[in-house]
Design a binder for this molecule. Structure first.
Ligand SMILES: C[S@@+](CC[C@H](N)C(=O)[O-])C[C@H]1O[C@@H](n2cnc3c(N)ncnc32)[C@H](O)[C@@H]1O
Length: 435
């Protein structure tokens, strides 16, 4: 098989636009047999596009059983020679990853980034608690910090003490991810967690033991993400999974749990997988389990009075309910029409009454007009009479006071000597007959 140096030369030739050089290396190599040469040559010459050449070359190497690392290099070259990296450049994880020169090494499969964004976006900027299984040198924690923001509480666990020293600024607990008691202690101390990301040892036993211990302690609405699940297909990771299952086989059993309501005869479904597993999202190498307390499922029928696929026991009740509802809707419509008619009639009558009242008011105003002027005449007469009365009262007062003055003069005069001396004359005068 071609060695890594040959493959590097071929990929460089493809990437720089010299496919003939790549074909030459294959044509001249003495490390491959004629069958292998034909397969590799065919892959390099089938398409003029650089990205396609690199991809086909990787496919050919994979089909010939080449090292995974060599195939990885081909697909990497294909990605950067195409527009795919441009499409991914708006992804915040990829943007950080591409620019990262922090000194925290970070090794990721590129296609994980859209999956991260899809499942973690709702936690962005929130004070969530996150557990990363497998810290290494802290690069993954840095990536999460950049995306989730300063309010997220990030905790890591690793079996290697070096991880704690390397991941400066992060809480790192040292222990085995396959040890449920250790995981429980971590969860009690730093949890409950909203997010768990398993990027630890990737063996079947580790992945399964971790999810079985941590998922029940995960917060409601939490997300549990397991990376590198392709190890289920790699013999070197096939350790002591429960019942000899790979992690992906364990995940397949969870698909059955998701549907437990539809086949289980048990009154109480098994927690948490049959009651709190909200969804399973299976991607290439990544499995995401979301948690939520599930309501018992039931189907509903709306929009038609007929069932689509098959008759149901509840069909009659449904039809009756629909008929009742239809009758109620039609009765409501009738009532609405009746109400509208009554309202219109009332408005008509009100308008007529108002018009009549206005007409009568006008007539009354006409009749009042002469009475008003008569009243004004009476009022002015009364004013005149009052003035006369006042004048007469003043005259009367004057007369009285004049009388009083005259009486005083008479009294003084009667007491005078001349009056008394002339008294006999007046008496005599009174005896004389009137002339
Ligand atoms: C792939 S690296 C983690 C990389 C890191 N998440 C990142 O993104 O930079 C795997 C880590 O898991 C740790 N590990 C391996 N087996 C473990 C176990 N049983 N328990 C805890 N950590 C383990 C290793 O020491 C290593 O640091």
């Amino acid at each position: 098989m071609l060695d890594p140096d040959d493959i590097a030369i071929i990929l460089h030739a493809i990437a720089t636009g010299f496919p003939d050089r790549a074909v030459n290396v294959v044509a001249m190599s003495d490390k491959i047999d004629e069958n292998q040469r034909a397969v590799l040559w065919g892959a390099l010459t089938a398409d003029p596009d650089r990205s396609t050449q690199a991809r086909h070359f990787g496919d050919a190497l994979r089909s010939l059983g080449a090292e995974r690392h060599s195939v990885n290099e081909c697909y990497r070259a294909a990605f950067y020679a195409s527009d795919d990296w441009k499409k991914l450049s708006s992804n915040p994880f990829f943007a950080f990853f591409s620019a990262d020169r922090s000194g925290y090494p970070l090794d990721k499969w590129i296609h994980y980034f859209p999956i991260y964004e899809r499942h973690l976006a709702r936690y962005r900027g929130a004070p969530v608690r996150v557990l990363e299984i497998g810290v290494y040198r802290g690069g993954g924690l840095e990536l999460l910090r950049n995306f989730l923001g300063p309010d997220a509480c990030l905790v890591g666990i690793d079996i290697d003490e070096v991880a704690r020293a390397a991941a400066r600024g992060y809480e790192v607990e040292i222990g085995d991810q396959a040890d449920p008691e250790f995981l429980q202690r971590v969860s009690q101390k730093h949890g409950p967690f909203d997010i768990v990301i398993d990027d630890g040892g990737h063996t079947m036993r580790q992945q399964t033991a971790s999810v079985e211990a941590l998922f029940p302690m995960l917060k409601d609405e939490g997300t549990y993400l397991v990376e590198d699940c392709h190890t289920s297909y790699w013999p070197e990771y096939a350790d002591q999974g429960p019942d000899g299952l790979t992690f992906i086989e364990w995940v397949k059993a969870r698909i059955d749990d998701l549907h437990a309501y539809h086949y289980s005869r048990s009154e109480h479904l098994q927690a948490p997988w049959q009651t709190c597993l909200d969804g399973l999202h299976v991607y290439d190498s990544v499995v995401v389990l979301t948690k939520a307390r599930r309501a018992a499922p039931f189907s509903e029928l709306t929009g038609t009075s007929e069932f689509i696929n098959y008759p149901r026991q509840t069909g009659a009740i449904h039809l009756e309910m629909l008929a009742t509802r239809d009758a109620a809707i039609s009765r409501a419509a009738d009532l609405e029409a009746e109400t509208a008619a009554v309202r219109a009639q009332a408005e008509l009558e009100t308008a007529a009454i108002r018009a009549q009242a206005e007409a009568e008011g006008e007539r009354s105003r006409e009749e009042l007009r002469p009475l008003r002027s008569e009243l004004a005449g009476v009022r002015s007469d009364m004013a005149r009479v009052s003035a006369d009365l006042e004048r007469l009262r003043e005259e009367h007062e004057q007369t009285c006071s004049d009388l009083l003055g005259s009486w005083g003069i008479i009294r003084e005069m009667r007491q005078s000597r001349s009056w008394k001396m002339t008294a006999p004359i007046r008496r005599l005068k009174n005896t004389l007959p009137p002339r």
